[in-house]
Design a protein. Structure first.
Length: 398
C-alpha cells in the first residue's frame, strides 16, 4: 500500500540524532557502483502483470513510486512515527487527513488560530459534507473540554500560530481528544520536527506544509502527514481516490531539502533570535514578537515545549501601515513575498495576505494592528540582514 514505514533509526541500540536521520534514513543500496543519492524515478507505472509477479502494484498516484516511498520512510523516521506520507501540498495533507477521519454527522474542535485555507475548509467546505467545527481559543486550556461532544472525531491545533507566534500546551487538547475518542491533529509547519517533537507530545496526525521549512528552498509545493500505520493508511486511501499524490520530482527535491533541515533549523533559530533581540531595540519598532524573547507572552511555555523557537519574527512598527509599506519596499536583501521557511529572508504584511479578509478592528483584536510585518528569517549573514533592516526602518520613519 501507499503508506511507508519508518526505517531503523538506531545503530548498536543507540538512537540516531535528527541530523543523521535526515541524511541517512530511507533505503540505501551500498553495493559498489550504486548511486549515493537515490535517483529520481519519474515513471508513472511499473512492470507488473498479475499477483503472481509478487509485491504490490506500483503506480505514482498511489504514492508508492520509489521516489515517493523512500521519502515517506525518511519522514516517518524524522517524526518518530510509525508511518508517513507526502502529498501534493500542505492543504492536500490537511484535507485528506480530515476526510479520512470524519464522516457526515461528525464534529471537529479546532483552534481559532489556523491557516486561512484550513479555516475555510473547516468553516465552509466540510459543513457541505455534514462535518461541523467548533472553533476555540487555544490559549484557554479549558476551552477544549468544553467544546468536545460524543461526535467529535478530530481535535485540531496549529502551533506556533501565524503571525502572532503564540505557543500553547497541547496537553489539554490531548486530554479532550481522549475523552471524546478523537484524534489530535497538529499542523506544526512553523515548528518543524526539529523544534517540536509532536508525536512525543501525543499528536496522532502530525501535519506539515513541506512547502515551507521541510523543503526549505521555496522551490516546491508539498505536504506531509505522519502517525500510526492505520492513520496513514486511511489518508493514503483518500489520496488514491481524490488524487493529490506528490509528483516524483517534488518528492525528490523534498528529500534533498530534508537532508539539511536540522542544520538549517539550527541557523534559522539562532538568526531569528538574534534579529528579534536587535529589532526589539531598533528605532521605529514598537514591538518585536518571537517566542525566544522574554517579553513574549508564551516565552515560558515555548522553552518547555520547543527545542528551538523557530525562524519567524514579527514586528509592529510605530508608524502603522504607511511605515510598514515603506519598510517593505525599502528592503534590498529581504524580499516582500508571502510564504516562509526558505533560505532567503521574506517579509509580508498579514493585512494584505493571511488576514486580508478581516476588518481593521478584527485584526487589532487578534493582535495584528496595521504596521504589523511578519519576517521569515533566512540563512543570510545576520549582520547583513540587520544593515538591510536598519536602512529600511530609517526610510519607514521619514
Ligand atoms: C502554507 C501553510 C499551509 C498550506 O500549505 P500549502 O503547501 O501551501 O498547501 C498550511 N498550514 C500552514 C501553517 C502554512 O504555513
Amino acid at each position: 500500500m501507499a503508506r511507508q514505514e519508518g526505517q531503523e533509526t538506531e545503530t548498536g541500540g543507540k538512537r540516531l540524532g535528527p541530523a543523521t536521520v535526515a541524511i541517512h534514513a530511507g533505503p540505501a543500496e551500498r553495493r559498489p557502483g550504486a548511486p549515493v543519492v537515490a535517483p529520481l524515478v519519474r515513471s508513472s507505472t511499473f512492470h507488473w502483470s498479475s499477483p503472481a509477479d509478487g509485491g504490490e502494484l506500483l503506480y505514482t498516484r498511489y504514492g508508492n513510486n520509489p521516489s515517493q516511498a523512500s521519502l515517506g520512510a525518511k519522514l516517518a523516521a524524522l517524526e518518530g512515527a510509525e508511518a508517513a506520507l507526502a502529498l501534493a501540498s500542505g492543504m492536500a495533507a490537511i484535507s485528506m487527513t480530515l476526510l479520512a477521519a470524519t464522516e457526515a454527522g461528525d464534529h471537529i474542535v479546532s483552534s481559532r488560530y489556523i491557516y486561512g485555507a484550513t479555516h475555510t475548509l473547516l468553516a465552509h467546505e466540510l459543513p457541505r459534507r455534514g462535518v461541523t467545527t467548533t472553533f476555540v481559543d487555544p490559549i484557554d486550556p479549558a476551552s477544549w473540554d468544553a467544546a468536545v461532544t460524543d461526535r467529535t472525531k478530530v481535535v485540531y491545533v496549529e502551533l506556533p500560530t501565524n503571525p502572532a507566534l503564540r505557543v500553547f500546551d497541547v496537553e489539554p487538547a490531548r486530554r479532550a481528544a481522549d475523552r471524546a475518542g478523537a484524534i489530535l491533529a497538529a499542523d506544526v509547519t512553523f515548528a518543524t520536527p526539529v523544534n517540536f517533537r509532536a508525536a512525543e507530545h501525543g499528536v496522532d496526525a502530525v501535519l506539515h506544509s513541506a512547502t515551507k521549512y521541510l523543503g526549505g528552498h521555496s522551490d516546491l509545493i508539498a505536504g506531509t502527514v505522519a502517525g500510526s500505520r492505520d492513520l496513514v493508511a486511511g489518508v493514503a486511501k483518500m489520496m488514491k481516490l481524490y488524487g493529490p499524490s506528490i509528483d516524483p520530482e517534488a518528492a525528490w527535491l523534498l528529500d534533498r531539502g530534508l537532508r539539511t533541515l536540522p542544520a538549517r533549523m539550527e541557523r534559522h533559530n539562532r538568526s531569528a533570535h538574534e534579529l528579534a533581540q536587535w529589532l526589539a531595540e531598533a528605532e521605529g519598532v514598537r514591538a518585536a514578537i518571537h517566542p525566544g524573547l522574554p517579553s513574549h507572552p508564551d516565552h515560558a511555555v515555548a522553552r518547555r515545549l520547543l527545542t528551538g523557537c523557530g525562524g519567524m519574527v514579527s514586528v509592529i512598527l510605530e508608524g502603522g501601515g504607511r511605515a510598514a509599506d515603506k519598510f517593505c519596499s525599502g528592503l534590498e536583501l529581504a524580499a516582500p513575498a508571502p510564504s516562509l521557511g526558505g533560505v532567503e529572508t521574506l517579509v509580508s504584511q498579514p493585512r494584505y495576505t493571511s488576514h486580508a479578509g478581516l476588518t481593521l478592528a478584527e485584526r487589532e483584536a487578534a493582535g495584528i494592528p496595521d504596521g504589523f510585518v511578519r519576517i521569515s528569517v533566512g540563512l543570510e549573514d545576520v549582520e547583513d540582514l540587520k544593515a538591510d533592516f536598519a536602512r529600511a526602518l530609517s526610510l519607514a520613519g521619514d
